[in-house]
Design a protein around this ligand. Structure first.
Ligand code: ASP
Length: 431
C-alpha cells in the first residue's frame, strides 16, 4: 500500500470518528476531555508543529542553494516576475469566476439571518498598502526568522545568497554547506511525512468532533457555491492554465499533487504545508531546486486562489442577505482588493476572514456580516487551502517549464520521489 493511500484511509477514519463523536457524544465529558481535547489535540498539534518546525530552515537552505544554483541575477528577476504575474492572474481569475457564479446562483437571497447569528466578528485593523511594501524589508533578520515572516525571510536570504555568489570562491564552502543542510532538511521532511497518517487522523477527528456537518445545513447555499467554485477552479481554470501556458499534463500533475493537497486540507495552512509542497514539486514533479525553492514559499504567502474564491462568494452572499446592491464598480473593487489583500497576508488558518474584513470595509459591506459565515469557515478553510496549494504548484511548474528547469523524465515517471518507508540508521558510518 502506498503512503498516500494510507494517509487517505487514516484521514477518512479521522473524519468518521470525529463526526460520530459530534453526533453521538457531544456532551460526554470523558470523550471530550480525554479524546478530543486530549489525544487528538496533542497528536494533531504536535504534527502541525513538526511541519512548521521545518519551514524556516528548509526555506532558508533551499533558497540559498536555489539562488546559487541559478547564479544569475537577471534570471532570478525573470523567474520572480513571471511567478508574481501568474499568481496575480490566477487569483484574479479565481475571484472573477467566484463572483460570476455567485451572482448567477444568488446565495443568501431569502436568508433569515437573525436565527443564525450566534457569533460576533470584530474586524481587525487592515495594514495600509504602504506598510505592506515597507514590511518586505526586515529591520532585523533574526526577528524575521524567529517570527517566520516568510516574505522578509525570502528577501534577506536572496540578498545573502546573491552576495555569497559575489564573493566568489571564498563562498564556495558555505554553498556546499547549505547544500548538505538542505539535504538533511529534506530527509527530515520524509521522516515527518512518515508520521502523517496518525497526525492527519488526529487533526481530522478533532476538527469534525468540534464542527459537525450539521452546521452546514442552514448555510448550504453559501457553502455549496464556494465548494463548487473551488472544485471548478482547481480542476478547470488552473488545469487550463497548466495546459496552455505550461504545456503540461494536468492528469499527471493532479495525481502527484494529491499528497500536498491532503496536507493542506488537514492542516488548513499553506505555510505549514511548504515542506510537503516543496518535496512534491521537486522530487515528484521534477522541478529543479532553484525554481522550486524560490516560488513555493513565495506562493504560500502571496498566492491564495481558494481564499479569493471564498471572498468573492461571501461578498455576494452578504450583499444579498443585507439587501445591498454592489453594482459593477463594487465587484471590480472587490476583485482588486482581494488580489492585493492576498499579497500582504500569510498562509495560516483563518486568515481568509481577516482579508474579507478588509474587502468589506473597502466596498461598504457590514463587517458584522462575517459573523454569519464564521460557523462554516473552518471547513471551507480546509478546502480552500488545498486549492491555494494547488495554485502554487501550477505556477511553479509553468515557470519551471518556461525556463527549461523541469525534468520531464521525473514528471512522467509515476514512481518518482514516491514516499518511501523510513529506515532508521543502525551502526556508525564507516570511513
Ligand atoms: N488557510 C489558508 C491558507 O493557509 C488561508 C485562508 O484562506 O484562511 O492558505
Amino acid at each position: 500500500m502506498t503512503m498516500t493511500t494510507r494517509i487517505i484511509i487514516w484521514m477518512i477514519a479521522g473524519l468518521i470518528l470525529g463526526s460520530s463523536i459530534n453526533a453521538f457524544a457531544p456532551d460526554n465529558t470523558l470523550i471530550q476531555d480525554y479524546l478530543v481535547n486530549g489525544l487528538f489535540h496533542v497528536v494533531g498539534t504536535i504534527f502541525i508543529n513538526l511541519l512548521k518546525m521545518l519551514v524556516v530552515p528548509l526555506v532558508t537552505f533551499s533558497l540559498i542553494c536555489g539562488v546559487c544554483g541559478i547564479g544569475d541575477v537577471n534570471k532570478l528577476g525573470r523567474v520572480g516576475i513571471k511567478a508574481l504575474a501568474l499568481f496575480l492572474l490566477s487569483t484574479a481569475l479565481a475571484i472573477t469566476l467566484a463572483i460570476l457564479v455567485a451572482v448567477s446562483v444568488n446565495p443568501g437571497k431569502n436568508f433569515e439571518f437573525i436565527q443564525h447569528t450566534t457569533n460576533e466578528f470584530t474586524a481587525p485593523e487592515a495594514p495600509p498598502l504602504t506598510q505592506v511594501i515597507i514590511d518586505l524589508v526586515p529591520d532585523n533578520p533574526i526577528a524575521a526568522f524567529a517570527d517566520g515572516n516568510m516574505l522578509q525571510i525570502i528577501f534577506f536570504t536572496i540578498l545573502f545568497a546573491i552576495c555569497l555568489l559575489m564573493i566568489g570562491d571564498r563562498g564556495r564552502s558555505l554553498i556546499d554547506g547549505a547544500e548538505k543542510l538542505n539535504e538533511v532538511m529534506m530527509q527530515i521532511v520524509t521522516v515527518v511525512m512518515a508520521l502523517a497518517p496518525y497526525g492527519i487522523c488526529a487533526l481530522m477527528a478533532k476538527t469534525f468532533a468540534l464542527q459537525g456537518i450539521g452546521l452546514i445545513l442552514p448555510m448550504i447555499g453559501y457553502f455549496g457555491v464556494v465548494m463548487m467554485v473551488l472544485i471548478c477552479h482547481a480542476t478547470g481554470t488552473l488545469m487550463i492554465m497548466l495546459r496552455l501556458l505550461g504545456k503540461i499534463s494536468p492528469i499527471q500533475f493532479l495525481k502527484k499533487m494529491r499528497t500536498a493537497q491532503i496536507f493542506a486540507f488537514s492542516t488548513s495552512s499553506s505555510s505549514a504545508t511548504i515542506p510537503v509542497t516543496l518535496r512534491t514539486v521537486e522530487k515528484r514533479l521534477g522541478v529543479d531546486n532553484s525554481t522550486a525553492s524560490f516560488i513555493v514559499p513565495f506562493g504560500a504567502t502571496i498566492n491564495m486562489d481558494g481564499t479569493a474564491i471564498m471572498q468573492g462568494v461571501a461578498t455576494v452572499f452578504i450583499a444579498n442577505v443585507y439587501g445591498i446592491e454592489l453594482g459593477l464598480t463594487g465587484y471590480l473593487t472587490v476583485i482588486g482588493m482581494a488580489v492585493l489583500a492576498s499579497i500582504g497576508t500569510a498562509g495560516v488558518p483563518g486568515v481568509g476572514l481577516i482579508m474579507l474584513a478588509m474587502v468589506f470595509n473597502q466596498v461598504g459591506l457590514p463587517v458584522e456580516g462575517i459573523a454569519l459565515i464564521m460557523g462554516v469557515d473552518r471547513l471551507l478553510d480546509m478546502m480552500r487551502t488545498a486549492v491555494n496549494v494547488t495554485g502554487d504548484g501550477v505556477v511553479t511548474l509553468i515557470v519551471a517549464n518556461s525556463e527549461n528547469n523541469l525534468s520531464h523524465d521525473v514528471f512522467n515517471d509515476p514512481n518518482a520521489g514516491i514516499l518511501e518507508t523510513v529506515h532508521l540508521p543502525h551502526g556508525s558510518i564507516q570511513n
